[in-house]
Design a protein around this ligand. Sequence first.
Ligand code: XIL
Length: 382
Amino acid sequence: MPQNKQATAARLTRRSAILGLAGTALAGATLRSPPGARADFNLELEPPLRSRTRASGIRYGCAGAAPIVQPDRILLEKFAIEANIFSPEGALKWIQTEPLPGKFDFAEGDSIAAFAARNDMLMHGHTLVWYTANPDWVANLRTGQAAQAALERHINVEVSHYRRKIWAWDVVNEAIEPDDRLAEDYRDSVWLRCLGAGYIDLAFRLTRAVDPQVPLCLSEYGIEYVGPKPRRRRAALLALLRKLREQNTPVDCLSLQSHLEAHQTFDRAELTGFLREVVKLGYHLMITELDVNDCRIGGSPDQRDRATARHLAEYLDIVFAVAKPLSIATWGLSDRSTWLRQYWKRADGSPLRPLPLDADLKRKPMWAVLARYLAGQERQPT
Ligand code: XIL
């Protein structure tokens, strides 16, 4: 075996052992039944999503507010019923965890860790290094030395604090942005300005040094659809992932944020090709921030729910045909609380319905699609 292939194989075996899973490649085939096909089928009587994941090993996560700042106790209870991963929606962002230099505040994150432990859930580490949600003192860093010192302290303290409590870290979030018109389509950020593109490698190495076991992920969005921009994002992300492999940067996973938009068209061929390359490079896949934006599709709530479920099935079909993700997490659980409502308004004024439960916490067709894929119902070879 050529040396680099040997290294990749060894890394994969090591990582697979750590994760307790193999990123199984699946042969192409067809879906069983269309989502929502059985109108008489009562989803409420079905066992929760987390129970589906036992056989397949694919975990189900939800992002949400930390229990100490979550007034909606019923929603919180639903998290524990449906999910076996809790993703902090904001609790681990820098502005929250280190608002002033060296003054750490883990109250919110710790309340998630405690809730997760009580309810036999894992906790996702989102996120250590991002271009936004930083306190002013970070946004105003100006030199490489100061930025490196800040990064080192932040990662050392936070990753040690959560060692053995976090099942995977999104170490670097959203490193690509073609609209910023910078070399290699890297996103403009305080980190890029102070440290150059090497900040990505540095962040991963720092994290790995503190926790040799935890899987480390690069997280990205905007790669699913047809069009010049997603194409450019896929190319830039793949180039970055290749470079990180060549540099032997300790990255285990690609976190596919998967903020889907029901009015868009998947670039099935290119997305498949992209994912195949990513898996070939030895990366595992996780789906970490799934929602299906229904802002720009017409129809009644029922029709929209069926359309978002179909859209999701199409997406999961593409991903699963390449490799089973280690987990699927939705960015929220119920339509009563979704970040999208801050940014998107439907022309008809009706509220968005992007998540698996509706605003009354009733399971939607999207829930049924998740149940099917989480059970690992792989496509059958034709
Ligand atoms: C979002 C939160 O959901 C919002 O509440 C907050 O106002 C902004 O950030 N990609 C990410 C997440 O990686 O951290 C973002 O979360 C959504 C997009």
